[in-house]
Design a protein around this ligand. Structure first.
Ligand code: F6R
Length: 242
């Protein structure tokens, strides 16, 4: 696992954006794996800017989001479907027909996993997967205890994750109890993993992911199994690394 320490989140975003664009140089129909939450926002900002400045053709670029809440109306501003449309598809100018987010409809969520896996396969797999990390070590919404072989499925969010994400909602109990998430096994099949973390609150989770034992208790340790994983962190997030 390669660790790159950057001066701040903006520099990390630019570095990750360059890696994404390098993948597009070799494959104009490359498939991106999208994370949501705060961490990847500087990546999407840098990508929007560079795509515009370099007049890149992204009309054939595909994208698959990592996860989605179960039970939020699709047009809820905090659904990951809304996030991806607002922060990624629009600003980068992607073709919405090629951008996928797991179906968080409670009626369909249980069968959505297998369909999602098939759609990723049909697109040729993910070339570059952006990842954030939970303070509890989750990747996607694979909370502690998730199998390294897991595939897209419904999971229950931990109390800690619900508390961490309450900042996006009006009241803490508005945070959904369940989600659909790509599995660790799904994530590990992407050709290049880019795990980003900024800020001291992520330092223990990053140290355990990069230097800790491989364990389902710390799902992000799965990155150690990947032959091409890059961890992009600022100084505070790197502060617990040996
Ligand atoms: C988001 C996701 C999560 C977040 C993680 C960190 O799609 O899968 O694993 O990456 O919860 O969230 P932030 O970046 O908001 O600190």
């Amino acid at each position: 696992t390669e660790v790159v320490i950057v001066s701040d989140a903006a520099a990390g975003g630019e570095l990750a954006a360059r890696a994404v664009l390098a993948a597009l140089d070799t494959r104009p129909d490359a498939v991106l794996g999208l994370a949501t939450g705060s961490t990847p926002l500087p990546v999407y900002r840098a990508l929007a800017e560079l795509i515009g400045r370099e007049r890149r053709d992204v009309s054939r670029v595909g994208a698959f989001a990592l996860d989605e809440y179960v039970g939020l109306p699709a047009d809820h501003p905090q659904s990951y479907r809304s996030y991806v449309a607002r922060e990624v598809t629009g600003p980068l100018g992607l073709d919405p027909r090629l951008v996928h987010v797991p179906d968080g409809d409670p009626e369909r969520a249980r069968t959505a996993g297998e369909e999602y896996e098939r759609a990723i396969e049909a697109a040729g797999g993910v070339d570059v997967q952006l990842l954030g990390i939970g303070t509890d070590g989750h990747l996607g919404f694979n909370e502690p205890g998730s199998s390294f072989a897991s595939r897209t499925r419904v999971k229950t969010l931990t109390e800690r994750t619900r508390r961490d994400n309450a900042r996006f909602f009006t009241t803490p109990d508005e945070v959904p109890l369940h989600c659909v998430t790509q599995g660790l096994g799904t994530i590990l099949r992407a050709r290049h993993l880019l795990l980003l973390a900024f800020g001291a609150s992520k330092a223990p989770a990053i140290a355990a992911a990069v230097e800790g034992p491989l364990t389902a208790s710390h799902p992000a340790s799965a990155v150690q199994l990947h032959p091409h994983a890059t961890v992009i962190v600022d100084e505070p997030a790197a502060s617990r690394l040996a």
